[in-house]
Design a protein around this ligand. Structure first.
Ligand code: BGC
Length: 496
């Protein structure tokens, strides 16, 4: 059994890769003649359907994830999810037409929906609190790597004449899933889940092996064991087993914030670029499949590189400011993209498909491309990681799994809607699409300003106070001069 907590924690990277492979799994093939010939050039509605079948699977996976997690445990659920992904990748790689491709994508999606909730849950139940936050940002980084690797594999394979051009990229996705599938058997079960199942001795052994060199009497092990035991006893007593708890007074506000944050993360429009950059750049006047793929692929590199500042500094920047700066910048970049495209382009046709035609105006094409790269950079350092960090911080332990499952489902719901609707809107409202998403970014900036309290550096107890004692997110102060318990203690310590 693997005992090192960093190895266990770092394993998140593999689930993040699957998530990223999933997001990037089609963007580099949809424009290639090999793909178009084999699947009979799907029109925008069918292509929207093919792409969105994946996020539809993710949505279902996230929604049902709580059930297997509690029933058969976190570890076994992850193993099954990895297996489902392998089958999904294989079906896609062998697909004989659109129906089979969609079936494979739904399965792969189901798996990613499951792991996007299960893996952070499993880790948080094994890892010490001081590395939990960083793991979330690193998980986001792994997502960006997954998207990037998937795209460039597709680019490399686009040079192959014939069906292998898309079959190889679809099949290769199964490799990290295989690693996760095999590797997970060597990892311990979650001690918290074991205790919940009344398997206390096994739980103690797991705790001893990861926190106490195998010694069940080690003080850290005993301390952790008693804390978990107490928490589980409390959970059993208050019987918070139902989703209804999420809608009770005091909790609903947090659920609303978490769910809307995940919705807004999708409405930034980042996935217009992650899924459909090749269409965007085609409409912006880039000619030729190869030039387009290279220009689009740079987005994915920018995404990887610009997530690093967030990993390093997000705890210093705080969440509110980072979110507001990110969406204000993204709104600006999108308004410029929409404005330039609307100003210099006109409706046109290429390869039998309706496109927005900006050909012949190189300066405008360059302006649009640069704005898109800046947009991706802004998302990567702000809403990308914070979209996942914030919901993980605001809920009390006893309902965290259910609450996060709901927030994750909101992310996938909007991901699904967008993957389906965006290619249609690109044809129907053309440059208006970027103005629309610019407006969403403006609205989310206002929403964060009005309602989202800063969570940076706050303890879980303070979080309870923030949501129950009339905290004003705009001023950062409580009503009636209320002072939090931890601040009182800090003051006492300073005076002493
Ligand atoms: C989002 C994905 C997006 C990715 C881009 C994630 O945080 O949830 O929808 O594709 O970031 O890096």
């Amino acid at each position: 059994m693997i005992k090192n907590i960093y190895v266990i924690g770092g394993f998140a990277a593999i689930a993040g890769l699957l998530f990223g492979f999933d997001i990037g799994s089609n963007s580099g093939v949809i424009l290639t003649p090999q793909y178009k010939n084999f699947f009979n050039s799907p029109d925008e509605v069918l292509q929207g359907g093919i792409n969105s079948s994946l996020s539809a699977g993710c949505l279902v996976g996230a929604l049902i994830s709580g059930y297997p997690a509690d029933k058969i445990g976190r570890k076994m659920s992850i193993i099954i999810a990895a297996f489902i992904f392998m089958v999904g990748a294989l079906i896609q790689a062998l697909s004989n037409g659109v129906a089979m491709l969609i079936a494979g994508r739904v399965l792969a999606g189901l798996s990613v929906g499951l792991t996007s909730m299960l893996v952070p849950l499993y880790q948080s139940e094994l890892a010490p609190p001081n590395i939990r936050g960083r793991l979330v940002a690193i998980q986001q980084w792994a997502i960006t790597w997954g998207i990037c690797i998937a795209f460039w594999i597709q680019y490399g394979c686009s040079k192959i004449d014939g069906e292998a051009a898309f079959r190889i990229p679809y099949g290769v996705q199964g490799i990290p899933a295989l690693i996760l599938f095999v590797g997970m058997w060597f990892f311990p079960r979650s001690p918290r889940w074991l205790m919940d199942q009344d398997r206390e001795e096994e739980a103690l052994k797991v705790l001893a092996s990861i926190h106490g060199d195998g010694d069940v009497n080690h003080p850290d092990v005993q301390n952790e064991y008693n804390k978990i035991k107490e928490a589980i006893r409390f959970d059993h007593e208050v019987a918070v087993r139902s989703y209804l708890e999420l809608f009770k007074h005091g909790m609903f506000k947090r659920v609303f914030l978490g769910v809307s944050l995940q919705m807004w993360q999708q409405l930034t429009g980042m996935n217009i670029i992650m899924f459909y950059a090749v269409y965007l750049f085609q409409h912006a006047g880039i000619q030729g499949v190869d030039a387009n793929l290279v220009a689009s692929g740079i987005n994915y590199i920018v995404n990887v590189v610009m997530t690093v500042p967030a990993i390093l500094f997000v705890d210093r920047w705080g969440r509110r400011g980072t979110l507001m700066a990110g969406s204000a910048l993204m709104a600006t970049f999108l308004f410029i993209v929409g404005g330039v495209m609307g100003g210099v382009g006109k409706p046109g046709f290429e390869g039998g498909q309706a496109i927005w035609d900006m050909q012949g105006n190189e300066a405008a094409t360059k302006a649009v491309i640069s704005m898109v790269y800046l947009f991706v950079a802004a998302f990567a350092s702000t809403w990308g990681p914070v979209g996942w960090i914030y919901p993980a911080e605001i809920f009390p332990t006893r309902i965290r799994a259910k609450a996060i499952a709901l927030c994750t489902a909101s992310n996938w719901l909007f991901n699904w809607l967008l993957s389906f609707v965006v290619p249609i809107l690109m044809v129907r409202i053309q440059y208006g699409l970027y103005l629309l998403f610019g407006a969403f970014n403006f609205l989310m900036t206002v929403h964060v300003y009005l309602q989202f309290p800063e969570t940076k550096g706050r303890s879980l107890e303070e979080m309870e106070e923030i949501f129950s004692k009339g905290f004003n997110p705009r001023t950062g102060k409580f009503k009636d001069g209320y002072v939090t318990e931890s601040l009182k203690e800090k003051n006492k310590a300073e005076i002493a």
